[in-house]
Write a protein that binds this ligand. Structure first.
Ligand SMILES: [Zn+2]
Length: 309
């Protein structure tokens, strides 16, 4: 089963790597809830780093590069570091990271992350395991990549494709813009863009490898209600039946996107987060479905009608 991130022509080389015969990315187990550190209220967020801050950051970074052959590219609000050929690293920085950031900001995020975050793009599994372990003191627990809030780093085995990268880019933006965002929505949005392209100038999630398992779970009547999904704590979301949680959250976001409701939902949920921290009331409101059991049947039929690939 493979997945691929689709981005506009011109950056195909940067992202066309396709996973062949790989098992589904397990998400980012190692980080746990990306918002574990107390989030500052959006209004109190410190100012964005300056050019001088970036220059200092890059100087320090260059001193701790794990070996020769690494290229460092500033791609605000990130710094991209990779050990593929310099041209490829630059291509990924502009074509994948820059592209995703531009479109995600257009749809959702007013603020950049307050701190400079590094995106490490290791060229293959060997480089990923060896260098991530040396740099961050713990070996990766996923074959694809993860976001570590503590290390201020997104760490990727980029040979597996750009899907996980776009997923992980969502998390620091959510942390900077949506204090207290529940795990289900943070992961639903992140995983929506594991497979994405651009439509009418907006970022657009496509069906992906998470679909088949979700369809099976729907047929087996193993998918919880949306009330239940929305009310999961981070711990429950990440630890209990994770595959279904990610897929259910992703395909709720996908459904909203296809009804042209996802951006509206994000912004209204953000505005109402104090009164409705789980997002469930806002979901009902946006959908205009007083009978959520009926909505779940409609959503289940919608999902069962989707195809991937
Ligand atoms: Zn995630």
């Amino acid at each position: 089963m493979g997945f691929r991130v689709l981005v506009p022509l011109g950056c195909v080389a940067a992202i066309a790597a396709t996973i062949a015969g790989a098992s589904p990315p397990p998400g980012d187990a190692r980080v746990g809830p990306p918002n574990a550190r107390p989030a500052k209220a959006v209004d109190e967020a410190p100012p964005a780093p300056t050019d001088a801050d970036f220059a200092r950051h890059v100087e320090r970074l260059k001193q701790r590069l794990p070996g020769p052959g690494f290229t460092v590219v500033i791609q605000r609000p990130f710094v991209v570091v990779g050990d593929e050929p310099p041209e490829t690293v630059r291509h990924r920085a502009e074509g994948t990271v820059g592209w995703a950031v531009r479109l995600l900001k257009k749809s959702y995020f007013a603020r950049d992350p307050a701190e400079i975050l590094d995106i490490w793009l290791f060229r293959d599994e060997q480089s990923y395991r060896k260098h991530a372990t040396a740099l961050f003191d713990t070996p990766p627990t996923t074959p694809f990549g993860y976001y570590s809030h503590a290390d201020r780093a997104l760490v990727m085995n980029i040979a597996t494709g750009g899907g996980t990268l776009v997923h992980e880019i969502v998390h620091p933006f959510v942390a900077a813009n949506f204090p207290g965002c529940p795990a289900w929505f943070n992961e639903g949005l992140g995983s929506l863009y594991e497979q994405c392209d651009e439509r009418n100038g907006r970022i657009h999630g496509r069906t992906n490898w998470r679909l088949a398992g979700l369809q099976q779970a729907i047929r087996d009547r193993r998918v919880p209600s949306f009330e239940k999904l929305c009310s999961t704590t981070s711990k429950e979301f990440y630890e209990r039946d994770r595959g279904t949680n990610y897929a259910q959250a992703r395909y709720l976001c996908y459904y909203l996107q296809e009804r042209d409701l996802l951006e509206k939902y994000y912004h209204r949920f953000l505005a109402q987060r104090k009164e409705d921290p789980t997002g469930y009331q806002t979901l009902q409101e946006i959908l205009g479905w007083p009978d959520m059991a009926a909505f779940q049947r409609e959503w289940s039929d919608f999902v069962l009608g989707l195809r991937f690939p």
